[in-house]
Design a protein around this ligand. Structure first.
Ligand SMILES: O=P(O)(O)O[C@H]1O[C@H](CO)[C@@H](O)[C@H]1O
Ligand SMILES: O=c1cc[nH]c(=O)[nH]1
Length: 232
């Protein structure tokens, strides 16, 4: 067991799906996996391993924000040998053409998070998706006839911002949407030479003000899960 994950070596598959919400992890396990077994309840950050089409796969919540996902990603990689970390998250749209319930593959993550500034002493590191996972996700989406968008996203330390117009600075540079973990995940994966990809479903729009409920965010974003499950 590690500090935050109460599992034994071998309990966690090499490929793991990582929603921020532990209840979305439970829903994914119960809805999509065969024989899901719970391997973690520490801090109610539920984690499960089962199979999908006969292949072992795990799913676990990460909590919200770069510090939280960085803790779990570190332990999953260094203590449990996880090789493919696939975030399945919700995000707020920064663009008119990115609509609620659209799916976005995060090619790269710009960020205001202080973590990488600390790590790289003020220089800029560009956290990027693993190319093979990205390419495979594009292929799977095509086969399943699921429409996707892909590009730069924004990882923020803030959910509630003081300046409601600040997002426009990023949308002008083509950034598609905002969430709170990917820059951290891609950086930790790069440090340990493993693979990471973020797949997002747009849960709300900063452009139109439209938004989904917390229950919808927990249990209805199925298409991104269908893509992620094929990446094992
Ligand atoms: O739905 P999840 O995966 O938690 O992702 C998004 O939702 C949370 C904010 O509501 C943040 O964690 C953000 O990144
Ligand atoms: O981090 C997030 C997630 C969804 N919507 C937002 O505005 N921010």
């Amino acid at each position: 067991m590690s500090v935050h994950i109460d599992a034994k070596k071998g309990d966690i598959a090499e490929t793991i799906l990582l929603p921020g919400d532990p209840l979305r992890a439970k829903w994914i396990a119960e809805t999509f996996l065969e024989n899901p077994k719970c391997f973690n309840e520490v801090r109610n950050m539920f984690g499960y391993t089962g199979t999908f089409n006969g292949k072992p796969i795990s799913v676990m919540g990460t909590g919200m924000g770069v510090p939280s996902i960085s803790i779990y990603a570190n332990e999953l990689i260094t203590e449990f040998g996880v090789k493919n970390l696939i975030r399945v998250g919700s995000a707020g749209s920064y663009q008119e053409h990115v609509k609620v319930r659209d799916i976005v593959l995060a090619m790269a993550a710009s960020s205001d998070s202080g973590v990488n500034e600390l790590r790289f002493g003020g220089a800029n590191f560009a956290p990027t998706a693993d190319f093979n996972l990205f390419q495979k996700a594009v292929e799977v989406a095509k086969i399943k006839n699921i429409s996707i968008k892909a590009g730069n996203i924004f990882t923020s330390d803030e959910f509630y911002t003081d300046n409601k117009e600040a997002y426009k600075k990023w949308s002008k540079f083509g950034v598609l949407c905002v969430e709170m973990e990917t820059a951290g995940l891609y950086t930790v994966a790069a440090k340990h030479n493993v693979n990471a990809l973020t797949i997002l479903t747009i849960s709300d729009s900063l452009v139109t003000g439209e938004r989904t409920t917390s229950k919808e965010r927990e249990t209805t974003f199925k298409d991104m899960i269908k893509i992620a499950l094929e990446l094992a």
